[in-house]
Ligand binder design. Structure first.
Ligand code: NDP
Length: 246
């Protein structure tokens, strides 16, 4: 195990996809990991068992990130299990695509609740509780740069996440805590693949000069860099990890 052994990483939305890959990678790097999920307890528990079988330490913790009281309890649970949070990864997110003209109020509100308020809730809690040396990494999206039709509400929430990233980095002046965002391009997870034909998936995969979809592990590697010793001088930035798509 590495020198990160005693540090604790809280990863939101870690029951599958990019969040699960981040949890596994940070555990491999020696972090004790809090695996947050909203609904899929079985998947979160299976991930925890996998991490433990590989020699790491992890706990699963249910919380809808859109619920401020639940997020407070999530940080309490991290403190009870492992003594606090050194790395926060705001990964939980949803995406339902529709042109703005066809977006209903419920879809708009849900995007705001999970992607924007959810990130705000955990950022506020981390800003209040995190100790010197902490790292905060928010998941944005390259759709903020691509601005493709039907991504309006989703991209708007991620643009807001990028704005909060830069602001919080400055607000934490003097505390030795970095705040950055990672903005993936198309990545092979349920969020991306759901509702798309194989032809559409192939088309989007070919948009990047590297001509493939990102894998969750590609994104986890960037998060691990920002969470680890080599990423310490990066602060207030959004790193696009997308094979060169934008
Ligand atoms: P998935 O849909 O595969 O996974 C989403 C995860 O978030 C699940 O573990 C889900 O858990 C959890 N989740 C959803 N809502 C909540 C909530 N309210 N509170 C807590 N957890 C919640 O998505 P990805 O892995 O693809 O996405 C991860 C992040 O990466 C998101 O922020 C997304 O916007 C971003 N991203 C993804 C891209 C892609 O192409 N895949 C591209 C750019 C950015 P459960 O099922 O247990 O509720």
């Amino acid at each position: 195990m590495s020198t990160q052994q005693q540090k604790v990483a809280l990863v939101t939305g870690a029951s599958r996809g990019i969040g699960a890959a981040i949890a596994q990678r940070l555990a491999r790097d020696g972090f004790r990991v809090v695996v947050n999920y909203a609904g899929d307890a079985a998947a979160a528990e299976a991930l925890v068992r996998g991490i433990e079988q590989a020699g790491g330490q992890a706990v699963a913790a249910q919380a809808d990130v859109g619920d401020a009281a639940a997020v407070r309890r999530l940080f309490d649970a991290a403190e009870a299990a492992f003594g606090g949070v050194d790395v926060l990864v705001n990964n939980a997110g949803i995406m339902n695509l529709a042109p703005i003209a066809e977006t209903d109020d419920a879809s708009f509100d849900r995007h705001i609740a999970v992607n924007l308020r959810g990130t705000f809730n955990t950022l506020r809690e981390a800003a209040r509780r995190m100790q010197e040396g902490g790292r905060i990494i928010n998941l944005s999206s390259s759709t903020v740069g691509l601005l493709m039709p039907s991504y309006g509400v989703y991209a708007a929430t991620k643009a807001a996440v990028e704005a909060m990233t830069g602001v919080l980095a400055k607000e934490l002046r003097g505390r030795g805590i970095t705040v950055n965002a990672v903005a993936p391009g198309p990545t092979a997870t349920r969020l991306f693949l759901q509702g798309k034909s194989p032809e559409r998936v192939d088309q989007l995969a070919k948009l990047a000069p590297l001509e493939r979809l990102g894998q969750p592990e590609d994104i986890a590697a960037v998060v691990a860099f920002l969470a680890g010793p080599d990423g310490g001088w990066i602060n207030g930035q959004t790193l696009r990890a997308n094979g060169g798509i934008v």
